[in-house]
Design a protein around this ligand. Structure first.
Ligand code: HEC
Ligand code: HEC
Length: 269
């Protein structure tokens, strides 16, 4: 006790107290200053990248390489961007299971939070298309008729007139667009998976992407979108022609046979 009070009276005591007080004020300021938020975001971001890297090492590195540089089993992911990851993993295409002409869709095994972490990690390897926000892909207020025009000029040659999908060469195919989420449609246009060309904002601005999404959702999601009867698979003139041939011509032939049979009978009697 005596020792302590002796030190308090030491000539340097005041200086030490002052320094401690200054350090405390500085520390408190750093903790509560407005800059704290930006720093917190940055920390969250680097945390997501770190978590994503762990998920990547377990689930993806075997094909895409430890640093995403690619191997003989999978392409490089440097610069594909978070949108490509969100699309590929969100639709269940990735992680791919076996080699083939085209990686099929399957049940997605990652939560959206994990997909975001994977996307953050891969986006950190190189800049690329960024996962769209709801404001970007929501078709609200979009022009459906314009979307139909754009769809017919840009997409129908592969996905068919109402997005039913169709076969391509070498065992590849353009899938049906029925039930695909608005976000995944947007991302498919941004990133151009597989044999599909990509449609960056320079060729297809955000507004036109929205119009296309609105069109796809209208022709695919809505039962009333087939006025006038059966959709016949929505395959257009081919199936309609086939229907005409089989049922139309078929019934004409049946009538002809019937008439012939009755005429023959009438002659005999
Ligand atoms: C069995 C091997 C394999 C595994 C495992 C795998 N991938 Fe792939 N990945 C591929 C192949 C092959 C392609 C090319 C797909 C195609 O052309 O259809 C591809 C394509 C991709 C693409 C599209 C690249 C582009 O250019 O647009 C992304 C993104 C991707 N993979 C991410 C992932 C992620 C994330 C994981 C882990 C969750 C993963 N992959 C696991 C083989 C694999
Ligand atoms: C050259 C042919 C081609 C054109 C043109 C094309 N696509 Fe595709 N599209 C494909 C192929 C092939 C796939 C499958 C990719 C895969 O499985 O990795 C695909 C996949 C998609 C998917 C993902 C569907 C799913 O099941 O997850 C969407 C959405 C899509 N395309 C929309 C469009 C839109 C919208 C356009 C026009 C702006 C368009 N595509 C133009 C060939 C094409």
């Amino acid at each position: 006790m005596k020792k302590l009070s002796a030190r308090r009276r030491h000539p340097l005591a005041a200086v030490v107290v002052l320094l401690l007080a200054l350090a405390a004020t500085g520390g408190l300021y750093a903790a509560f200053a407005p800059a704290g938020k930006a720093q917190a975001d940055e920390t969250a971001q680097s945390l997501a990248i770190e978590e994503g890297k762990k998920l990547y090492t377990v689930g993806c590195a075997s094909c895409h390489g430890t640093g995403g540089q690619g191997t003989t089993d999978g392409p490089s992911l440097v610069g594909v961007g978070s949108a490509a990851v969100d699309f590929q993993v969100g639709t269940g295409r990735m992680p791919a299971q076996q080699p083939g002409a085209q990686v099929p869709k399957k049940k997605n095994i990652y939560s959206q939070a994990e997909i975001d972490q994977l996307a953050a990690y891969i986006a950190s390897l190189g800049a690329g298309p960024i996962t769209p926000t709801e404001k970007q892909y929501s078709p609200e207020g979009a022009d459906i008729a314009k979307g139909g025009d754009l769809f017919r000029t840009n997409c129908a040659q592969c996905h068919n007139f109402t997005g039913e999908g169709g076969a391509l060469t070498h065992g590849k195919y353009a899938p049906s667009l029925e039930g695909v989420s608005e976000k995944h449609i947007y991302e498919a246009m941004q990133t151009g998976p597989q044999n599909m060309p990509s449609f960056p904002d320079t060729t297809l601005p955000e507004k036109e992407k929205k119009d296309i999404i609105a069109y796809i959702k209208t022709v695919n999601g809505d039962e009333t979108a087939t006025p006038g009867g059966f959709a016949l698979g929505g395959l257009g003139p081919v199936s309609e022609g086939l229907f005409g041939w089989i049922f139309g011509l078929g019934s004409l032939i049946a009538v002809a046979v019937w008439v012939a049979a009755h005429t023959a009978k009438a002659k005999k009697s």
